[in-house]
Design a protein around this ligand. Sequence first.
Ligand SMILES: CC(=O)SCCNC(=O)CCNC(=O)[C@H](O)C(C)(C)COP(=O)(O)OP(=O)(O)OC[C@H]1O[C@@H](n2cnc3c(N)ncnc32)[C@H](O)[C@@H]1OP(=O)(O)O
Length: 409
Amino acid sequence: MTTDVRVLRQNEWGDWYGNLFRAFAGAEESAEERALSKELTDFGRSLGAWDEKVCVGTAGAYRFHLTVPGGASVPTAGITMVSVAATHRRRGVLTSMMRRQLDDIRDWGESLAVLTASEPAIYGRFGYGVGTLQLRAEIDTSRVQLSVPPGTDDVRLRYAAPADALDACEAVYARLVPGRPGMLARQPGWERVALLDPPGERDGASALQCVVAERDGEITGYARFRTRLGWGVTGHNGTVTLSELAALDPATDAALWRFLFGIDLTTTLTVRGRPVDEAWQHLVSDIRRCGPQLRDALYVRLVDVGAALQARTYQAPVDVVFEVTDAFCPWNEGRWRLMGDAKGASCARTTDAADLALSVRELGSAYLGGVSLTALAAAGRVRELRQGALAEASLAFGSAVAPWLPHGF
Ligand SMILES: CC(=O)SCCNC(=O)CCNC(=O)[C@H](O)C(C)(C)COP(=O)(O)OP(=O)(O)OC[C@H]1O[C@@H](n2cnc3c(N)ncnc32)[C@H](O)[C@@H]1OP(=O)(O)O
């Protein structure tokens, strides 16, 4: 079988999207959702795999800017919309698309590619490593109390229609982006994704609700959520499901969480995709009754090792030589000397002896500071060739704020 992998044309979008939609066995989507998906498709950066006239594969690469440790906003390919028709699976169609895509990203001069995986087993072979984790929890708000910091009572909350509050919420989001590695600067149109609220997908829950927080006359945070009422033999047992929460200061953050904990007739607060170091975990009386769980989130691929490593800063001085293997993108292979600190970094090829040996996948995992090189070495995935180099590099790569991807794509 030969499949032809090529850039998507405007008139092919229906077949292309149909292949993707079927691969994810999706329920019928709303017209609004479909229109937004099309609007966000970047045709010049999307690939289709064709078996004669039939679309059998899809892949896209959004044009994103990713915050890296130190706060720089780095042009990054956001890999998305990956599918292969079940009739053509396991014959190398995905591999052909990944080949073409990574070559293209390199030509576009983007040093990083990131994605969220439908299944963790798929992307390691193409050099992607898990770079961020996310937290989910099912909080028993009938039993767990929240103690809040001083100033929380100064925060005023009010309901707002999600669309009416959009600009104010976006302004809060934009202020948070530089402060946390893994966050994505908002690209045009993406603000509307969070407001999609097709009634057919609510599964018995309310329409999307929004509460904004104000302090000293300024909007300092917001929460978007749904409620779902329920009644058992002993009374109400409704659920609050958080979609999004952002706060510019600890008091606002605590005020929003206190509000979510306290909505009448609800006894469970469900949160997904939250930062692993989020403050609420330190405000609750009983973390066990919050049922916290970790899950893999953003996978990171260094497309250009030298450019990527020098795009971020390092929280402690570092001078190490990496021996990098990269079977899928051999242009990265070889020795790289990284010198850096909290102000900046340089990374260039060297013939000096190597201090640490690892594959590009481990570099991707460590890149945003969420997975330590020491932990990867303990798993046998990083080898220390100069004593002390592992501790030095591991400390330098860390991040004081846990990296976090705020939304899927
Ligand atoms: C960023 C995103 O969009 S994530 C979304 C990914 N898409 C989906 O999950 C939709 C449903 N699944 C699919 O469409 C397809 O099964 C895909 C895209 C995951 C795989 O496509 P295929 O064309 O079958 O992959 P391909 O034949 O190139 O496989 C390459 C290798 O990956 C392995 N592989 C492929 N899919 C999987 C998987 N789901 N789990 C484990 N291994 C896998 C293959 O076995 C093969 O291994 P080998 O090189 O050792 O022989």
